[in-house]
Design a protein around this ligand. Sequence first.
Ligand code: AP5
Length: 213
Amino acid sequence: MNAVILLGPPGAGKGTVAEVLVDQGCKHISTGQLLRDEIAKGSALGLEAKALIEQGRFVPDETVVGMIRDLLTSSESAGAFLFDGFPRTLVQAEKLGELLGELGGTLKQVVLLDCPNDVIVERLSGRRTCEKCGTVYHVAYNPPAKENVCDADGGCLIQRPDDKADTIRKRLEVYEEQTAPLIDYYEAQNLVVRIDASQSIDAVRAAVVERLG
Ligand code: AP5
C-alpha cells in the first residue's frame, strides 16, 4: 500500500489536483468530504463536525484518525492512496505513519501546494460546489457551462458554509498554527515536493503529474 499526501492551505487546490490523479488510478481520500458526507447523513459524527467546520476549526484528531483507520483497514487499492486534507496536525501525521507501518504501507511523497493568502481568499470566495455530486467549480476560473448548474448531473451549485469571509480567515489562521508545521516534519523525511499553486489549474495539474511521474 503506497500513499501520497496533498498538503496545502484551504483553497490551494488540493481537490482540483486530486481529480487528475484519480484519473491516473489513485484512490482519493478527502477527510473534508468524508465529514461533509456524515453531515449530510445527519449522523452523530456529522453533528459534531458541522459546528466545528462552520467555525473554521478542526474536528478532533481521534475522530479523524478513527475514520482513516476504518477506511484503510477495509479497503484494497492497486494504486496509491491520495490523502487530501489529512493529516492536518502533527498528531495525525504520527498516527498515519503508525497506521501505514502496521499495514505494510509506504508514504511516497508529500505534494505541497504553495499559494499566497490573497489568491486563496479569491478562490474560496468564488468556489461553487454541486449539492448532489460535489463537483467543484469557480465562478471565474472554472465556471460551469450554465450558471449555477452542474455540468455533470444538472445539480444546483451552492457556496460551502465555511467559505464565508470570516470563516476563511479563521481557517487560514488554524492552518498556520496546526498544519504548516507538517512541512518541516515531512521535509526532515525528504518527502516534500513543492508546487507553485498560484498558477492556472492546467499548469498546477501538469506540474504535479510531472513531479509525481
Ligand atoms: P476540507 O474540505 O479538506 O477543506 P480545506 O482543506 O480547507 O480545503 P478546501 O476543500 O477548502 O480547498 P482545496 O485545497 O481542496 O481547493 P479546491 O480544489 O476546492 O476540510 C473542510 C473542514 O473539515 C476543515 O476546515 C476542518 O474543519 C474539517 N477537516 C477536514 N479534514 C480534517 C482533518 N484531517 N482534521 C481535522 N479536521 C478536518 O479549490 C478551491 C477553489 O479554487 C475552487 O473553486 C477551484 O475551482 C479553484 N481553483 C483550484 N485551483 C485553482 C487554480 N490553480 N487556479 C484558479 N482557480 C483554482
